[in-house]
Design a protein around this ligand. Structure first.
Ligand code: FAD
Length: 489
């Protein structure tokens, strides 16, 4: 029986499959699409923390080499500079989702993950030992765990009976690739309904259309007539649009699964939460889900950690995502031209001129301010992302993120060599002695006291901070990496 089947080869499913493969888990991906081609327009980029996570696995350069970086975000039309945030990647990377998926597909292929395309999951049944998948083609498939990374309309989430509460859509937008017989205007237009724009693509024939509908559209697939009507309402003409290659509709509906887990079935990415695309948060949230869940599920599958470790996935990711969902709702309100929105934009622009407000907003936008666990408990590093320090080791200079390439936990000793070790957990946790002379600076918090040692989880979050003693280390090791193995006879 396969250890884990991941349903969906979108960004979340592929990132999770990579994480599981790195941890030595037998994983396969089942994907409804018959080919890797991504029809329709989706994401155009992602932010710092996602780039950092890819850097933690040694693959950020593959993405950076192909996209354009921008060191600013915008909120309510106010420019928010992000270039001075304490990260190696203080920017957003512009890169279309189809390319993001191709690069991730290349990575998991190198890791030996089978991706079974043209296979649609239509249901499942679970028992004490595993999950029996039902596929549209009728072929049986069984795994010990199933992860639903099958997108916002997740069949698996619905079949599991997991609630998806949230806020209904208030606005819908059509996005399409078409041909036009008339010349189209350049640039974006913002009016009381929302944003609209037409862009002629490099082939000189295809036009990308983004047009907000006058009335909230239905959940059904949009037609060329819907597109034409929406364009006429805004521009007075439909520019003779014809021959669409894709037309789809997105909305600002915002929902989050009330459980990320039903027994042996777990949800990740859009299957667990949906929101409007304003602000480009979707890929990052899915990638963060994947790296939070991957090492935990791997340890449970291998019998190293108890099943209860999986409950920390929801405990950590649900609140972190809920915060970002609210942020996207706030941002989407401002995508309209209206005197009250303009007034709000002026207030926000004024606030953004205060440095503390700007860095707080920037860190939220870039995904750099996530903290797992209770605020204000212990060292400020606890639960936050470990910075990518330039370390000096006995083997020479080394970046902290390089130590995370294998997706294994790291116990970093920064004091006397050998003063802190993983002890009974040494086969599960890599101990590294290093020196670090620079400042410790965290997004939003600024400088924090230098720790004597840090236990870093495979997702890059800090699980324990040493003060020169090993007080609390065994508890942290047991909590995150399973009970201490019995001593060898
Ligand atoms: C117009 C638009 C613009 C966006 N812009 C951005 C942006 O700039 N930045 C950003 O970060 N995010 C953006 N997003 C959001 C982003 O596209 C999603 O958040 C992201 O794709 C989620 O990834 P995922 O892997 O969780 O889900 P998906 O990408 O939806 O992948 C799910 C996969 O599961 C497959 N699948 C579905 N059902 C089944 C089944 N039953 N069996 C097997 N396979 C199945 C699907 O074919 C698909 O490949 C945008 C979204 C839209 C609509």
């Amino acid at each position: 029986m396969t250890d884990v089947i991941v349903a969906g080869a979108g960004p979340t499913g592929m990132m999770l499959a990579g994480e599981l493969a790195l941890a030595g888990v037998d994983v396969r991906v089942v994907e409804r699409r018959a080919t890797a081609e991504l029809l329709g327009m989706r994401a155009r980029g992602f932010h710092s923390r996602t780039i950092e996570i890819l850097d933690q696995r040694g693959i950020a350069d593959r993405f950076l080499a192909e996209g354009q970086t921008v060191s600013a975000a915008s909120f309510a039309n106010a420019r928010v500079d992000v270039g001075d945030l304490p990260t190696r990647h203080p920017y957003t990377l512009g890169l279309v989702q189809s390319r993001v998926e191709e690069i991730l597909a290349g990575w998991i292929e190198e890791l030996g993950v089978p991706v079974l395309r043209g296979r649609e999951v239509v249901g499942f049944a679970q028992d004490a030992d595993g999950v029996e998948l039902r596929l549209a083609d009728g072929a049986p498939m069984r795994a010990r765990y199933l992860v639903a990374a099958d997108g916002g309309r997740s069949t698996i989430r619905k079949a599991a009976g997991i609630g998806f509460p949230g806020w209904e859509a208030t606005r819908s937008t059509l996005i399409a690739e078409v041909e036009a017989t008339e010349e189209t205007p350049k640039g974006m237009r913002v009016d009381a309904t929302g944003i609209h724009g037409l862009t002629l693509m490099a082939d000189g024939r295809t036009t990308q259309v983004l047009v907000t509908e006058q009335q909230l559209g239905p959940a059904t697939e949009p037609t060329l007539a819907d597109l034409s009507n929406a364009l006429i309402a805004v521009y007075g003409t439909d520019f003779g649009v014809h021959s669409p290659t894709t037309i789809s509709r997105f909305s600002d509906a915002t929902r989050q699964a009330d459980a990320y887990r039903a027994g042996r079935v777990l949800l990740a990415g859009d299957a667990a939460h949906v929101h409007g695309p304003t602000g480009g948060q979707g890929i990052g949230l899915g990638v963060e889900d994947a790296v939070n869940l991957g090492w935990k599920l791997a340890q449970v599958v291998r019998g190293v950690a108890p099943d209860s470790l999986l409950d920390t996935y929801q405990a950590e990711r649900h609140p972190a995502t809920a915060r970002v969902l609210k942020y996207t709702m706030a941002m989407s309100v401002t995508q309209r031209a209206d005197p009250r929105v303009d007034a709000l934009a002026d207030v926000v622009a004024d606030l953004m001129s205060v440095d503390a407000a700007r860095t707080r907003m920037a860190a939220l936008h870039l995904g750099l301010d996530v903290r797992y666990g209770a605020e204000g408990v212990g060292h400020p590093l606890l639960g936050r992302r470990m910075p990518d320090l330039d370390l000096t080791t006995a083997q020479g200079p080394l970046r902290m993120f390089t130590l995370l390439h294998e997706a294994r936990p790291v116990l970093l000793g920064l004091g006397e060599p050998g003063s802190v070790t993983a002890g009974a957990w040494r086969d599960r946790v890599r101990s590294v002695d290093a020196r670090y002379e620079g400042a410790w600076e965290l997004p939003v918090l600024g400088p924090v006291p230098a720790p004597a040692a840090v236990l870093v989880r495979p997702d890059g979050h800090v699980a324990w901070v040493g003060d020169g003693t090993d007080a609390g280390l065994d508890e942290a090791l047991a909590r995150w990496f399973g009970p201490a193995p019995a001593p060898q006879a």
